[in-house]
Write a new protein. Structure first.
Length: 327
């Protein structure tokens, strides 16, 4: 009986969309790693969208695409590794997974959808990691994503480190079976697109402008397309900011109209006056103190949720580092 390759979800049927925030998180973990540590690995958080023919066409994707994976978050997983063996901190992985899903900032439908690495994609241990995450996700290996973010650091003539744009590539599993037995698994590239939300695009523009000002050169952050999907607290804060901006613009328009009416440049409209009276009555019933208290309480709740989740994550990382030092 011959080995039969099972393509499953290959590059022809799978697309991966990754948030630039995830790329920056992975790069941060790489630069914080120990000097003797070859690479950093971790889990990817996101959601899987299965497309039919109608949705695939309306979304503007290739007709062959049947599955879109959105990567919105990540967390680091401690490990030790040799050329042929690798050991992951399962307890730490379980705690961080539960914390990330309880946080809520990533959205209600987000779960583990794969893993990331900063190198060693061709090592045998990478297949072991991929199969481990497939079991954790309860998915076939061809439906689990591996995101490679390999920093490009070179030595300059002055013996200084020069950081170049990282290599970013997505992979998925490719299984070969004998009968019903999986004999081997390989990783093959799949299409990847970095998609930024409005908030992320604003942040990236500020970072690029600051770096360009320091180096006196014009820079761009690669190919970034906008996406509207945001989750949890970030989504609420962005919506609040947009609503307040619209409110300020509307108030400016009303003030300009009233000035023109008072100065005699425009004739007053009774319908507009009636509408303004209704608005004033509603605002009087609400009260400035009650409105400011509601906004302030909501904002504090959102910020406290984010703060506590990040604080817990930092405590877990610190605890893991202390255990490593004790050993």
């Amino acid at each position: 009986m011959d080995l039969v390759p099972v393509a499953g979800v290959t590059g022809q049927t799978l697309q991966v969309h990754a948030s630039p925030t995830v790329i920056l998180e992975i790069l941060e973990q790489f630069f914080l790693k120990k000097p003797d540590q070859e690479r950093v690995i971790g889990a990817l958080l996101g959601e899987v969208n299965v497309l039919d023919d109608e949705h695939s066409t309306s979304a503007g994707t290739d007709a062959a695409v049947r599955r879109q994976i959105e990567v919105w978050g990540s967390f680091y997983v401690p490990h030790s590794e040799t050329d042929t063996e690798i050991a992951l901190d399962i307890d730490y992985f379980g705690q961080m997974r539960a914390l990330s899903l309880q946080d809520g900032s990533t959205g209600p439908t987000v779960d583990i959808i794969g893993w990331y690495t900063t190198g060693g994609i061709d090592k045998p241990t990478s297949i072991i990691i991929h199969e481990f995450f497939a079991r954790q996700c309860n998915l076939p290996v061809d439906q689990v994503v591996c995101l490679l973010v390999r920093p490009d650091i070179r030595e300059s003539n002055a013996s200084k480190r020069v950081v170049h744009p990282p290599l970013i590539q997505a992979y998925s599993g490719f299984a070969s079976v004998l009968g019903r037995q999986n004999m081997s698994t390989d990783l093959e590239p799949v299409p990847l697109e970095v998609t930024a939300s409005d908030a992320e695009q604003l942040m990236l523009n500020g970072v690029v402008q600051a770096l360009a000002a320091q180096s006196n050169v014009h820079s761009r952050f690669g190919r970034i397309t906008r996406a509207t999907a945001l989750g949890g607290a970030t989504h609420e804060l962005v919506n609040l900011t947009r609503s307040l901006r619209k409110l300020v613009d509307a108030l400016d328009t009303v003030l300009e109209y009233l000035r023109d009416v008072v100065s005699g440049e425009k004739a007053g409209d009774p319908a507009v006056l009636e509408l303004l009276n209704l608005v004033e009555a509603e605002l009087s019933a609400c009260g400035d103190d009650a409105l400011m208290h509601a906004l302030d309480t909501n904002l504090k709740d959102q910020l406290m949720t984010l703060y506590l989740s990040r604080l817990t994550s930092a405590n877990l990382v610190l605890g893991e580092r202390l255990l490593t030092l004790e050993k």
